[in-house]
Design a protein around this ligand. Structure first.
Ligand code: CMC
Length: 432
């Protein structure tokens, strides 16, 4: 038997409405408010969606108080320790871990879709050399709709599969093209003999005039970061992809919208902002002054890489990345990296500060990820692009889940209107 309904009573008229309880497999129950506008003539008000479940989903579960993150039920710690990004991509998209043959077929398909149309490649060259790569990536992804008409029927499962493989495969190629354009170096084509992350490093760092050896330590570190960034349920960019996708637009347009949403410093842009912040702080003596700045609401500054809408205890991804950062810097002989030392000190001081303690603000996934990217020689402007490459898997999984749901409807929130009431038009000559 289901749980009893909640009841909403209009204090003026006494009208009663039932609010049925909807229970998931784990996590808090949700009240189904769909009937209250019909019964009571009111809407609910929840700006920034702090307490609203916008959809049903089977993909990712977060318990923000306990610091739990599950992809399709599997703890992210286990996947980070034993899995690979390609395996996680298969899991998120298909719901189950792949068998050996399925994994090989998936990897092969992704590998074979990694080239991009030469005309699309030339778009990159139209940008100014110092264009931010996120603007290039979002533009090129949106332009893909003009090239891949053969797989744009969103109601065809086969077309949806081709799109999914294409976008996951081509994102690193698009990112590498943006990187090479900024450097003024020739584009390096993808290599089918390399795994996903090794191929990405090769496209980023190889040059045509000499042999490039991928450092397996670097490829492994990148793979780990991609696993940890692959999905995070209804975050701002995923919600953007779902919202855009709910109009029936083509999936490239929806993913491009997600890339743009990710760019903001409150979301994926935080990894780039953390490094800028550490450089601005410069040395440990300046930490108290910087913390005073971020505590001052008038400054519009935040401690970048700290805080999360959902995690109120710790971000499990940050814990893994912090350890990975220690290991990687030691392996690369960069253990005395001054910015890493400054980050550790900043974390230590902030975690004892009453402002951060009382607001339950902890380091998030982006506090240390930029330091790993820096150690891998990935330029700062590319950090959010790295996040976008990984999160494309999550965006695709959510888009597929939504489009595959026969009950899908266009997403269309309501508002609390606070503008002028009705008034009559006044001709220009009569206006003050
Ligand atoms: N520095 C200083 N104060 C903060 C910070 C911060 N990083 N984060 C939150 N606060 C304050 C906030 O101003 C509020 O103060 P008060 O109660 O006095 O008004 C209080 O803490 C509670 O904030 P909140 O409601 O928990 O924050 P939110 O859910 O609206 O925003 C956030 C979450 C991630 C946007 C925010 O914490 C932030 O801007 N952090 C810095 C940017 C960042 O690191 N973003 C990456 C997020 S994780 C990866 C991803 O999602 O892409």
């Amino acid at each position: 038997m289901g749980k009893p309904d909640y009841e909403l009573i209009n204090p003026a008229s006494g009208t009663r409405s039932a609010l049925p309880v909807r229970s998931g497999t784990i996590g808090p129950d949700c009240l189904d408010i769909a009937g209250i506008t019909r019964d009571q003539g009111v809407f609910t008000f929840d700006p920034a969606f702090s307490v609203t479940a916008s959809c049903e989903s089977k993909i990712t579960y977060i318990d923000g108080d306990a610091g739990v993150l599950l992809y399709r039920g599997y703890p992210v710690e286990q996947l980070a320790a034993s899995s690979s990004f390609m395996e996680v991509a298969f899991l998120l998209i298909n719901g189950e871990l792949p068998g050996a043959a399925e994994l090989t077929a998936f990897r092969t398909s992704i590998t074979r879709h990694s080239m991009i149309n030469e005309s699309l490649l030339r778009f990159t060259n139209g940008f100014h050399h110092n264009a931010h790569p996120m603007s290039m990536v979002s533009a090129v992804v949106a332009s893909m709709a003009a090239f891949y008409y053969d797989s744009m029927d969103i109601y065809s499962p086969r077309h949806r599969e081709i799109f999914s493989h294409r976008i996951i495969a081509k994102l690193p190629t698009i990112a590498a093209a943006a990187h090479k354009h900024a450097l003024g170096q020739p584009f390096i084509y993808p290599r089918n003999d390399l795994d996903y992350c090794s191929n990405m490093l090769s496209m980023f760092f190889a040059v045509p005039c000499e042999e490039y050896q991928v450092d397996p330590v670097a490829a492994k570190a990148l793979d780990l970061l991609f696993i940890l960034h692959a999905d995070h349920e209804q975050n701002a960019s995923t919600t953007t992809v779902r919202l855009a996708g709910s109009t029936g637009t083509n999936p490239y347009a929806a993913i491009s919208a997600g890339v743009s949403a990710l760019w903001g410093p409150a979301h994926g842009g935080a990894n780039e902002a953390v490094l800028n912040m550490l450089e601005e702080i410069g040395k440990a003596e300046n930490i108290p002054k910087y913390l005073a700045l971020v505590k001052d609401k008038g400054s519009h500054s935040k401690l970048m890489g700290f805080g999360h809408r959902v995690y109120k205890n710790f971000d499990p991804r940050a814990k893994i990345i912090r350890e990975a950062c220690h290991r990687l810097l030691a392996k690369l002989g960069q253990q005395d990296d001054p910015l890493f030392e400054l980050a550790l000190r900043l974390e230590e001081i902030a975690l004892k500060d009453e402002y951060f303690v009382s607001r339950k603000l902890y380091p998030n996934v982006d506090f240390y990820s930029g330091l790993i990217y820096s150690a891998l020689k990935i330029p700062r402007s590319m950090f959010t692009v790295m996040f976008a490459i990984a999160r494309t898997v999550g965006w695709v999984a959510h888009w597929l889940e939504m489009i595959g749901d026969p009950a899908m409807r266009i997403a269309r929130p309501r508002q609390l209107y606070t503008g002028p009431t009705q008034r009559d038009y006044v001709a220009v000559a009569q206006r003050r």
